[in-house]
Design a protein around this ligand. Sequence first.
Ligand code: ATP
Length: 459
Amino acid sequence: MTQTQEPSVSTGDTPFVPIEKIVSLCKRRGFVYPNSEIYGGVSGIYDFGPLGVELRNNIRRFWWWSMVQTNDTVVGIEGAIITHPRVWEASGHVENFVDRLVDCKNCKRRFRSDHLPEENVRLNKCPVCGGELTEPRKFNLMMETYIGVLEGERMKTYLRGEASQNIYLDYDNVLKSSRMAIPFGICQIGKAFRNEVTPGNFLFRQREFEQWDLQFFVHPSEMQQWFDYWKERRFEWYQSIINHKDRLRFRPHGADELAHYAKQAFDIEYQTVLGWQEWEGIHWRQDWDLSRHSEYSGQDLSYTDPETKERYLPWIVETSGGVDRTFLNLLIDAYEEEPPSGKDKEGRTVLHLNPLLAPVKVAVLPLQKNKEELVTTARELHAKLRRLMVSQYDDVANIGRRYRRQDEIGTPFCVTIDFTTLEDQTVTIRERDSMSQIRRHMNEVPAYLLERVRWDYSV
Ligand code: ATP
């Protein structure tokens, strides 16, 4: 995302939330902090706070569950961040993983030339002030590091620029150790590092971020059918976790964007105040990666079909998305400022997060803090619930303020212990979005909540 993209108007009935509101909520409520803030921060690098780490773990877990654990033909790996430097020569990153940057000679703004509108490229004009642009300069995005301390043993290598390379490196080991046969897939979630020349828009473009990848290995004759299959499955997956379904679309890559080996490619895009932006890429990788690694390593990575004995290099369908963009898009998608209404006289900020992804599932609230029996009962219920799900106990401030605090972090349920509880053991369960309340016996609460916050979607 560059400074050139104009904020857009929402196509639905809810206006797009400005990124600043999300940044502020994230800092205030402990989702995301700027990294090394006391030293002035580092551009494009963030830390995740107590609620952020819960949300992130839920996002990762849900992806892993739907991609790996519920698919018999997919397994997972976790590769190292540092690999042999030849990997990045074979992958083409050392030579070609570059951004082209132009500066405006007048206003000094900096743009990625591939993100400029065509008209500005043609006229060599700054999209902000109309000033003249410099010639594009190339910058390699790979982050260098060194292994070893002794002179002669010291080897320059890189923090991985994309997580997926480990999958190609481990493909043969997985085949031999897991009794998989083609067609099958390998998944991974892992950190990637890029010296982005224009980091920005909060978590959208960072220098350290996390990717999730599926590399699905197929016989060349079945490439199209598997490409279509995973393209649809991934779109459905993103649809299942957002509220604004109309803000998700496919964008086919144009001929000028396609890699030479790719017959087609699609981005799954989500629309925010930043415009339509890539969330995940669905790529036709053919046999490019395995053939390059065969060539550079000298190891034959071809596959022999156990029945037909045909020997061939498998082709690959890749789906590659970002954990951080998912985190950001979900917060944007869920955020709403509701005006005062009959149900809430003061109005509220609420995160309509899917309950299975929400960082806190339930808050247990005694109506009053100074009534010992209410507090004891609430603490007992909280102790039971926290073994099953993330539960918070809160007895500070009046009940309305406590509800609003939970709404703002997306907690789907609040359980209130009041004076009736002491008589008949029933409690109030308040639902976040509708603010409706029902009464249930305390013993029924764990099962009632579990039913509503557990995974219920499979690809
Ligand atoms: P872009 O065109 O936005 O630079 P890309 O096409 O280089 O992205 P890929 O290399 O295909 O992205 O990476 C796969 C996914 O990783 C992206 O769809 C995105 O969700 C995520 N991603 C890529 N770069 C970043 C980044 N700098 N910060 C956060 N997430 C990123």
